[in-house]
Ligand binder design. Sequence first.
Ligand code: G3P
Length: 288
Amino acid sequence: MRPQNIKTRIFLDSGDPQETKQVLSALGFLDGQTTNPSLIAKNPELKNKLSNGERLSSEDINNFYKGVVQEISRMIPQGSVSVEVYADAETPVEEMLVQAREMNTWIPNAHIKLPITASGLEAAHILTSEGMRVNMTLCFSQQQAAAVYVATRGVKKGDVFLSPFIGRLDDQGENGMSFIENVHAMFAKSDGHVELLAASVRTYEHFEYCLKLGVDLVTAPAKILLQWAEHAMEVPSDGYMYDKGIMKDLLYEDVVLDKKWGEYDIHHDLTDAGLAKFVADWNSLISK
Ligand code: G3P
């Protein structure tokens, strides 16, 4: 069962329903699950089909994704399941809208993942005004976080998640956890309608520090959640210190939350690289 003294909701980051089952049984609860094209590409059943020489069209892969998401949704009907649109840095808003509306019919408990590009923000603005729930992904700067906040202003709490990525900042020597601290601090002064979902969690220490900070949500791979179960779902004490090693902290920027969303500088190289990777992983599944 969920520990009493925990503020953060716990999500599994995986495209494999077998892991949902395993983590649910180890923890006794799960608040949600996040998926993305790269995680679906790692699904063992799909990998098996491909290694057996099955030829799959883009429609087949999409249907497979739908089946996976439906299976996960049935296991955590009270939770949230994030489903990501297929998009690159150039994908126009209309294309995102079509995909998002379709994916949102797959399950009753979806958050639709959209990238933080100009089109993604516009799509989020339109879709949330229609009552759809979104998870804005590949976030690497406070400017991007602020743009998401403004583009969805007025939307009810619970309908908008923001996914700052920790591990990919660490990869380039920047302390991803300092970025989480900064977004957490920036949103502490906000109306709270955007919830911070810490993502790209690679280590048990990332996970622990997210709990210590009390971020709204954290999504972590099965391996880390199972490790947490082995540690009796401990919550770090007040004295917990995160060791950033030799990484450089990202400095807190005083970003105001009352500009127009188009006025924020939303470009980040890691967002572009992340989109390119999702597209490449997805396209690698499609038979030529
Ligand atoms: O939640 C996003 C996550 O799946 C990305 O993780 O390890 O590919 O940076 P990673």
